[in-house]
Design a protein around this ligand. Structure first.
Ligand SMILES: Cc1cc2nc3c(=O)[nH]c(=O)nc-3n(C[C@H](O)[C@H](O)[C@H](O)COP(=O)(O)O)c2cc1C
Length: 193
C-alpha cells in the first residue's frame, strides 16, 4: 500500500489502544466516578507503577488529586457501550454509577472501588504527577490487583480465547482481539518481558 505523509494529529496513528477505566472516589457525593482513558501505560515492575494521562478538564483529574488514589479497570469488548457512555458523561454533572446502574466492588487495600464488570482491576496509590503537554501523567503504585481467575494462565498471561479485551481505535470506534491470530513464536535470543 502507498504511504502518505501528514501532520501528527491528523489521524490516530498510535491506536488501537487498550481501554482503561479510571475509578476515583467522590467523597462529597458518596459515589465513585469512572472515566475511560487510553493514554495509560505500565511504567515499572519493581515497584509496580502504572501511569494514566488525564486532561485537567476531567472531573477524574480533580478527584484523583483530592483522594491521592485511583483504580484502573480493564473491560471485555462486550462493554464498548459502557466505555462510550462513561466517556460521554462527566462526573461533574452526573453520578455515573447511578445513571448507568454500575456494580462496584469495594477496595481491599485502598478506599477506592473498582468496576465489577472488569476482568482485572488494580488499586493504585498516587505517587507522582507530571505535567506532560496538555495532560497530567498520574503515576500510581499498584497496591493490589483483582482478576477473574480463569481469565489468566499460570504465567499471568491473558487467555484471549476466554476474554476479549476492549481496544479503542479512536472516533467512537472499538475493536476486540482476534484469538485465532494469537501466536507463540519459537524462542530466539533473549527472553522478552
Ligand atoms: C475510549 C475513550 C478513551 C479516552 N481516553 C482519554 C484519555 O486518555 N485521557 C483523558 O483525559 N480523557 C480521555 N477520554 C475522555 C474522558 O473519558 C471524558 O472526557 C470523560 O467524560 C471524563 O469524565 P469525568 O469528567 O467524569 O472525569 C477518553 C474517552 C473515551 C471514550
Amino acid at each position: 500500500m502507498a504511504r502518505q505523509s501528514a501532520v501528527p494529529g491528523s489521524c490516530y496513528f498510535y491506536y488501537p489502544r487498550l481501554v482503561c477505566v479510571v475509578g476515583v472516589r467522590d467523597d462529597a457525593r458518596a459515589t465513585t466516578n469512572f472515566a475511560p482513558v487510553t493514554w495509560a501505560t505500565p511504567l515499572s515492575s519493581d515497584p509496580p507503577l502504572y501511569g494514566v494521562c488525564l486532561s485537567p478538564k476531567t472531573f477524574t483529574h480533580h478527584l484523583a488529586l483530592k483522594t491521592g488514589e485511583f483504580t484502573v479497570n480493564f473491560l471485555p469488548v462486550t462493554e464498548a457501550p459502557l466505555a462510550a457512555a462513561l466517556g460521554r458523561l462527566s462526573g461533574r454533572d452526573v453520578d455515573k454509577v447511578r445513571a448507568l446502574g454500575l456494580e462496584v466492588e469495594a477496595g481491599e487495600v485502598l478506599g477506592t472501588p473498582s468496576l465489577a464488570v472488569a476482568y482485572i482491576s488494580a488499586e493504585c496509590l498516587l505517587l507522582e504527577r507530571h505535567q506532560v503537554g496538555d495532560q497530567t501523567l498520574f503515576v500510581g503504585e499498584v497496591q493490589c490487583i483483582h482478576a477473574v481467575a480463569e481469565a489468566f494462565d499460570a504465567d499471568g498471561v491473558l487467555r484471549v480465547d476466554r476474554v476479549t479485551p476492549l481496544l479503542y481505535l479512536g472516533s467512537n470506534n472499538y475493536v476486540g482481539t482476534d484469538a485465532s491470530s494469537a501466536t507463540r513464536p519459537e524462542p530466539q535470543g533473549a527472553p522478552v518481558p
